[in-house]
Design a protein around this ligand. Structure first.
Ligand SMILES: [Zn+2]
Length: 256
């Protein structure tokens, strides 16, 4: 049982690391759609403009300690900041569980971070900036270079197997998918390969469809209103990366 202590410390490290990276991701999610540079300038309270100190920016715990309020003016910070940091910590642990402390883990974590940022920006603005598409494609290239599965023919097929049908649907039905969704799906195919890409889009349609039905049933949306599909796409892609292989193996075993 000597391993337990070590792995607990490793998980703690991965949690803190993930939460810190996603704390920066919060800044990107907030600033990018507002065309503010996210690489410079201290974080400020959006209500009183006071520059936030290091103690205010401790991921998750800073928010809990101050009970989600600005130390200086008492304005409420959205719980979403802390939730995104928590998600980063959990994803850090999940990636470590799957890949160990390897380059593969770092690459997978970068991919999940890009997906998270794309999901929240799309949720806020109904748009997926091209930068996220490029970043997702870049993590796909890096994963190939560091020798992660799958091999390149599967990845090449992954680029087109979902994006092309989406493009055709978007041409046939106006507003079926946004251009950003299609580009993001293509970029993710480079990371996942065609099998996980198909699973991912199946999960995304399941999630997005369920959410659409929920909106219709609760009267929060009309039949012709649109909602961002990017969050569901990102969720599907992330889930496929983390758990896709065992799910596919289970599914294929049913067919035998
Ligand atoms: Zn304030």
């Amino acid at each position: 049982m000597e391993q337990t202590g070590i792995s607990a410390a490793v998980y703690a490290f991965c949690f803190v690391y993930g939460a810190c990276i996603f704390s920066f991701l919060n800044v990107v999610i907030y600033r990018l759609p507002r065309h503010l540079p996210f690489w410079k300038g201290r974080s400020k309270c959006t209500t009183c403009g006071h520059v936030l100190g290091a103690a205010d920016m401790i991921p998750v715990f800073g928010w809990l300690l101050l009970r989600g309020r600005c130390r200086y003016c008492g304005a409420r910070f959205s719980g979403r900041y802390a939730a995104v940091e928590l998600l980063g910590g959990v994803l850090g642990c999940l990636v470590c569980q799957k890949y160990g402390l390897t380059l593969d883990a770092l690459t997978a974590f970068a991919f999940l971070a890009v997906l998270t940022a794309a999901a929240f920006v799309d949720w806020d603005t109904m748009e997926i900036p091209n930068g996220f598409v490029l970043a997702a494609a870049l993590t796909g290239c890096v994963s190939l270079i560091v020798g992660m599965e799958p091999a390149w023919p599967s990845r090449l097929a992954g680029v087109f197997c979902v994006s092309v049908p989406m493009l055709i649907l978007a041409c046939l039905i106006a507003g079926a998918f946004g251009g950003g969704d299609i580009k993001l799906a293509a970029a993710c195919g480079l990371m996942l390969g065609w099998r996980l890409e198909l699973l991912a889009v199946f999960l995304a349609i399941l999630g997005g469809g369920g959410y659409g039905i929920y909106l219709l049933l609760t009267g929060k949306a009309k039949r012709d209103s649109h909602f961002a599909f990017g969050p569901f796409l990102s969720l599907g892609m992330g889930a496929a990366l983390l758990w896709g292989e065992p799910v596919l193996a289970w599914y294929l075993s049913l067919l035998r």
